[in-house]
Design a protein around this ligand. Structure first.
Ligand SMILES: Nc1ccn([C@@H]2O[C@H](COP(=O)(O)OP(=O)(O)OP(=O)(O)O)[C@@H](O)[C@H]2O)c(=O)n1
Ligand SMILES: [Ca+2]
Length: 495
């Protein structure tokens, strides 16, 4: 008994001071880890919102973007949370009835009002950017375009958002912001990776934008946009071809075939069996073709399909001018273009059309693409309508596919070798490819010129290291108490 008592007395673990030290040690470690977790934890996910309306030539679309409130200035975290397609045509089509342009936007705006939390409405910027349709209307009749803007602004101001104005984007802006969107969503800007070129095909204009190592802007300053983003300098080549969007290119191609004012044409870009009566004054009612309007023609002509891809390519080629180039090299119409470089993302009508034709896979050799188009264009109209019903744009896909291939190869100089550098894309990580996101990022200063300071460790890494260090310290502390440890109770002489 006395030996046992002696043993208990020697067991320092039962000494109050040891117990207190251990408890304090454990508490200190718990406190340390808790502070590490709490102090450095990302703030609760509060969001900010931005709304951009894309007033295109063929239609208007509204996009809602959201990003974590504390990350305004930092990572590629802005995401498209919603899109709404405005019913009806683009705002430029309302030139003779501007108030209808404003009204047309209401449904999508109401939707945005529901989707953006009410307490964020007043701080949510709302932008409207108009592109080639309004550029053409402005050229044709600037007071009509002013009236359309006036009506649209009046309609948008009625909503509780922070309306930042409606304006026409220049072709350079449209091209450059499309490029920013693609590379931002791909995380290429922040990481300083090689960028992708952007190819945008709209209804009334088309843009090509890419970084070129051989282009410093001196040869053709109008085609040069410089950016400093996240600490990297980008020397961008960009050009917007007004009138070379899909719908205006179709007008120009039809105009090429009706210069003499015939009563009927056999158009190789439309299917055999297709026939329609078209009005000369409607066809030529655009600054892209108005100067070509035949005099003394009958009011209408019969538009019949011939269904021949190669002949279609020939008539499309006639809308491009390859005869003059005052630079080292040109795309077409005497416009400078440096050598193609890197990968490209092709979106908007490039995607809609190639998706319809099942040709978005660019590993299909260009020759096979042409072969497939040849067969598609030769398909009789009756067969197509039977197969697809009466879908919108159905009659135009032979023209559209042929136009895309011709624009890329004859216009921009893509070859069989470089064709696979193009990817037809609609969305990147859930956000639509297009100029709208880049426009908003720019106007909200969300892409800093310099690389932001980033903590040396991510939060999870920081917490792990603190936890491991704390456990090590604790083990060390226990080991340091070793001289005070009780002797092994198994020792026979003790019992
Ligand atoms: N399923 C679809 C949808 C659209 N289109 C075509 O795609 C073009 C519209 O492309 P979009 O990028 O929406 O043009 P907008 O932005 O309206 O025009 P722009 O950029 O020139 O102002 C139109 O010519 C339309 O005929 C198509 O061929 N098939
Ligand atoms: Ca567009």
């Amino acid at each position: 008994m006395s030996a046992q008592r002696e043993m208990k007395e020697k067991n320092h673990w039962h000494k109050p001071v040891t117990i207190i030290i251990t408890v304090i040690g454990v508490m200190a470690i718990v406190a340390l880890v808790t502070v590490a977790v709490l102090q450095n934890r990302p703030l609760s996910q509060k969001y900010k919102y931005g709304i951009v309306m894309d007033a295109g030539s063929s239609h208007t679309a509204l996009y809602i973007y959201a990003w974590p409130a504390e990350k305004d200035n930092n990572t590629g975290r802005v995401e498209q949370t919603h899109s709404c397609k405005v019913k009806g045509p683009g705002i430029s089509s309302y030139a003779s009835n501007p108030s209808k342009a404003g009204e047309s936007l209401r449904v999508c705006m109401q939707e945005a009002k529901q989707l953006v939390p009410a307490n964020h409405h007043s701080e949510t910027p709302l932008y409207l950017g108009a592109t080639a349709g309004m550029r053409l209307l402005n050229l044709e009749d600037s007071s009509a375009s002013d009236r359309v803007f006036h009506a649209v602004e009046g309609a948008l101001q009625k909503f509780p958002f922070s309306f930042q104005g409606a304006r026409i984007l220049s072709g350079q802006e449209e091209g450059a912001f499309g490029w920013v969107t693609v590379n931002y969503l791909d995380d290429r800007l922040k990481q300083g990776l090689e960028t992708k070129g952007a190819l945008d095909l709209g209804g009334a204009s088309t843009q090509i934008s890419f970084v070129s190592d051989t282009f410093d802007g001196s040869e053709s300053p109008d085609n040069n946009v410089n950016f400093r983003l996240y600490g990297n300098d980008y020397n961008l080549y960009t050009h917007s071809f007004l009138c070379y969007g899909k719908d205006q290119a179709l007008r120009m191609t039809l105009a090429q075939q009706t210069l003499s004012g015939p009563g009927s044409i056999l158009d190789p870009c439309f299917h055999r069996g297709y026939t329609d009566t078209k009005n000369y004054s409607v066809l030529y009612d655009s600054p892209c073709v108005s100067k070509m309007k035949p005099q003394n023609a009958t009011p209408t002509f019969t538009h019949k399909g011939g269904g021949d891809f190669l002949q279609c390519q020939d008539v499309i080629k006639r809308i491009f001018n390859f005869t003059h180039c005052k630079y080292n090299q040109c795309s077409f119409n005497g416009i400078f273009q440096p050598f193609l470089q890197g990968q490209y993302g092709a979106f908007s009508a490039y995607y809609f059309v190639m998706d319809f034709l099942n040709l978005t896979d660019t590993s299909i050799p260009l020759e096979d693409v042409k072969e497939k188009l040849k067969r598609y264009c030769a398909t009789p109209w009756s067969e197509l309508t039977q197969q697809h019903g009466n879908i919108k744009y159905l009659a135009e896909y032979c023209f559209s596919g042929t136009y895309i291939v011709t624009l890329l190869t004859e216009g921009y100089n893509f070859t069989s070798q470089t064709y696979p550098t193009i990817k037809y894309i609609k969305k990147i990580k859930g956000s639509d490819a297009g100029w709208t996101l880049g426009y908003m990022l720019n106007l909200t200063n969300m892409i800093p010129a310099e690389a932001p300071d980033t903590p040396p460790l991510p939060h999870a890494g920081y917490v792990s290291i603190v936890t491991i260090m704390a456990i090590l310290l604790f083990v060390l502390f226990i080991v340091s108490l070793r001289p005070l440890w009780p002797r092994c109770s198994k020792q026979p002489h003790i019992i």
